[in-house]
Design a protein around this ligand. Sequence first.
Ligand code: KG4
Ligand code: ZN
Length: 332
Amino acid sequence: MILSIESSCDDSSIAITKIDTLELIFHKKISQELEHSFYGGVVPELAARLHIEALPIILQECTQYFGNIKAIAVTTAPGLSVTLGEGVMMAKALSISLNLPLIAVNHLKGHIYSCFLEKKTNFPLTVLLVSGGHTQIIEVKNSNDMRIVGQTSDDSFGESFDKVSKMLHLGYPGGPIVEEKAKTGKADFYDFPIPLRQSPNIEFSFSGLKNAVRLAILKEEESADILTEYTISNICASFQHAAVSHILMKLKKYFKVQKPTSFAIVGGASANAFLRTECENLCKSYNCELILAPLQYCSDNAAMIGRVAIEQYLSNDFISIDDIDVQSRIKN
Ligand code: KG4
Ligand code: ZN
């Protein structure tokens, strides 16, 4: 079994996965959303302190498996260095006390493998990664050959939902809240610009759209002290429509040329139902298989880190205790 630790942002999580069968034996996650919602976003130092409390609580629940553990895996990049450090510290302590080798896992690779929990990989695959920190299209040939073919030049898809939510004082994380409000709003109420519409390149940008939402909110606030539910829902629906349309327009360009046979959407923001439905329709029209991670494993979790770690374990990809450090595996 492999014990894996994830602490790249605001989720403390530990998993135990069987190496030979890929079976997920144990998985637990303690989220810090409530603590950060007060600030409208993740406060790194607060997140690190909360990991110090939460990680040992989860670890207590898996001591019974310690005798079967063959390696300790931990997320080392990308993420917030102060929170990654807490996971790495725990991994080092476990490695020394249980005399086990260490595996350094790239968080983004983890998101890709969230599609393959308890199952074999299905490569080649084109992946749309949409999280709080990233918006990328990645071509995956195999576990060691992954190429980014398009990404955002500023904010990420998930981050733009967080920022719109913050501007509307709706709380954090913004994705699920904005999506919920959008359900009762009119998507064509505000004519927000779809970013990079004229550009032939496969690239993303969300800062212009975010600014258009900011200006619309300011204009509404000029005529009313408090925004009504009606206005908030319409802003959310119109924003979500523009943000998802932006992604879909770029995906259509990509599909037209590359015609992928397997396509996956991963990352916390892949939980967005509108995005999922639009991608489903796109895949259908190209007779392309759509692979989705189970909803509970879309956001950050240690199960996906453990799944990557099995591949690394089997190819002897270990790291020494002296070399392991946060961001040490950016090359992945
Ligand atoms: O992958 P994740 O858990 O953490 C990072 O690695 O960043 O993704 C979190 C991000 C947040 O920005 C959150 O607002 C966004 O995913 N998110 C969503 C939805 N659920 C979560 N964005 C849009 N729609 C959603 N339903
Ligand atoms: Zn993530």
